[in-house]
Design a binder for this molecule. Structure first.
Ligand SMILES: Cc1ncc(COP(=O)(O)O)c(C=O)c1O
Length: 432
């Protein structure tokens, strides 16, 4: 697409966003959902849930209106405002031939505020996997050091630790989680030995959307001098997260799932209490607090941002900031509440269909906006693409841990009507 036709494409879509939106505004920051240029000073957490116009929220996303996208756990679509930020920043920086590095600091602040930590504890990465690798490699584990992970980890959450076993002789110990959620703290506790150096776990599992008791696990680790690393790929943007309260050593997430940020973005938190005791994985410009080539002197910055060595992709990083603004405009509590309401609607819809098992715990303590089902006696991994093709229902097959399930993500652009389409389609399949 040429520059001018892309401009008119953006303009056209911005305008359709302006004119197609229905009357009820998203309170004070309604314009923030339309164009970066219109963002007033945002008032996070001020939206009254009952006044939110969810159709208006849906209209911010570009994918087809009749496509039932229930796969945010794999990839979150970005709203118009995020794309707008990326396009505009890219053009602006190209016009001024600048890398715009200093502009990223504003996004560090936004991400830090979103997670209730400080900006020097936040580094931007390319994805959750990269953040988890940085965490794993910065600990300099030795042969025989034990790492506890679970059988429910995503390949991106498990491989950084498995690679430490291959490369340095560390020992990975697998624990099998309790699908009901309740026993997971105890399961991890039982696996700890005097050699345990790290517990690495998913905040929300990619397999069944189960929530782990993150704060309790972190406290357990700290009481035993063990590092804690949370894989937050499925939790950032799904519900409010107070990392100061949970207080892990590391939390790594994707920007391109529940946060709806640009693709190829990630957020890494490194607790300021450990930064002095670990080493950067890579070193380069911005890693150092002092650098003198002639005397070969180099001191490291005591900031997570030392992991942002070298030239960075400013447009997509500002896009993360824009995604956080977008969520704050709606209010993260409201986002979480909407997810739960959609989940509840779905659970009610299939309540009298015993052929469909729900593999995810129901209580809010152990789950949030994503769940996994299994239609008994069927190959669910084969059914999933059929639902996509025939009913335009996009979900994720769960092959991990031999679960043979279908994972459903309930995001802010999904509606109760879409959930009904899903319920009816599943009931049709069950009858076949
Ligand atoms: C729990 C979990 N960890 C890690 C990842 C990998 O994320 P990324 O592609 O951002 O590295 C995923 C992706 O689905 C995931 O669900």
């Amino acid at each position: 697409m040429s520059k001018s036709s892309r401009r008119s494409f953006i303009k056209k879509n911005l305008l359709s966003g302006l004119f197609l939106t229905s009357a009820a505004p998203l309170l004070s920051a309604e314009n923030a959902l339309r164009s970066k240029r219109d963002i007033p000073s945002l008032k996070p957490y001020t939206s009254d849930y009952n006044n939110i116009d969810w159709n208006n929220v849906r209209e911010q996303f570009l994918f087809a209106k009749d496509y039932h996208y229930l796969n945010t756990g794999s990839l979150g679509p970005s709203p118009r405002i995020v794309l707008d930020t990326v396009y505009e920043t890219m053009e602006r920086l190209e016009t001024s031939t600048s890398h715009g590095r200093h502009e990223i600091d504003e996004t560090h602040e936004k991400a830090a505020k979103f997670l209730n930590v400080t900006a020097d504890e936040i580094a931007f990465t390319r994805n959750a996997t990269e953040g988890l690798n940085i965490a794993a490699r910065s600990l300099r584990l030795k042969p025989g050091d034990e790492i506890i992970i679970s059988t429910h980890e995503h390949v991106g959450g498990a491989s950084p630790w498995m690679a430490l076993a291959k490369d340095f002789g560390a020992v990975v110990k697998l624990v099998d989680l309790d699908f009901n959620g309740e026993d997971n703290l105890q399961i991890i506790k039982d696996a700890i030995t005097p050699k345990t150096k790290v517990v690495a776990f998913s905040h929300i599992t990619c397999t069944t959307g189960m929530k782990l008791p993150a704060k309790d696990i972190v406290q357990l680790c700290r009481s035993k001098g063990i590092y804690s690393c949370i894989d937050g790929a499925q939790s950032l943007g799904m519900f409010p997260i107070d990392l100061r309260d949970i207080n892990p050593d590391f939390y790594a997430s994707s920007g391109h799932k529940w946060l709806f940020g640009p693709k190829g973005t990630g957020v890494l938190f490194i607790n300021k209490n450990i930064i002095e005791h670990i080493d950067p994985v890579f070193a380069g410009a911005y890693t150092d607090s002092k650098f003198d080539l002639n005397t070969l002197t180099m001191d490291y910055r005591h900031s997570a941002q030392r992991e942002e060595y070298g030239t960075r992709n400013t447009p997509i990083t500002l896009g993360i900031g824009s995604a956080i603004d977008f969520i704050n405009t709606i209010g993260i509590e409201n986002v979480a509440k909407r997810g739960r309401e959609l989940v509840t609607h779905f659970r009610k819809g299939i309540a009298n269909t015993p052929e469909i098992e729900i593999l995810t715990p129901e209580s809010e303590r152990y789950s949030a906006s994503m769940l996994t089902i299994r239609i008994k006696g069927k190959d669910n991994l084969k059914l999933n693409p059929i639902l996509n093709k025939e009913k335009k229902l996009r979900m994720r097959g769960i092959y991990e841990n031999n679960i043979n399930g279908i994972r459903i993500s309930f995001a802010i652009f999904n509606s109760f009507q879409e959930v009904d389409v899903l319920v009816n389609s599943l009931k049709e399949i069950v009858k076949k």
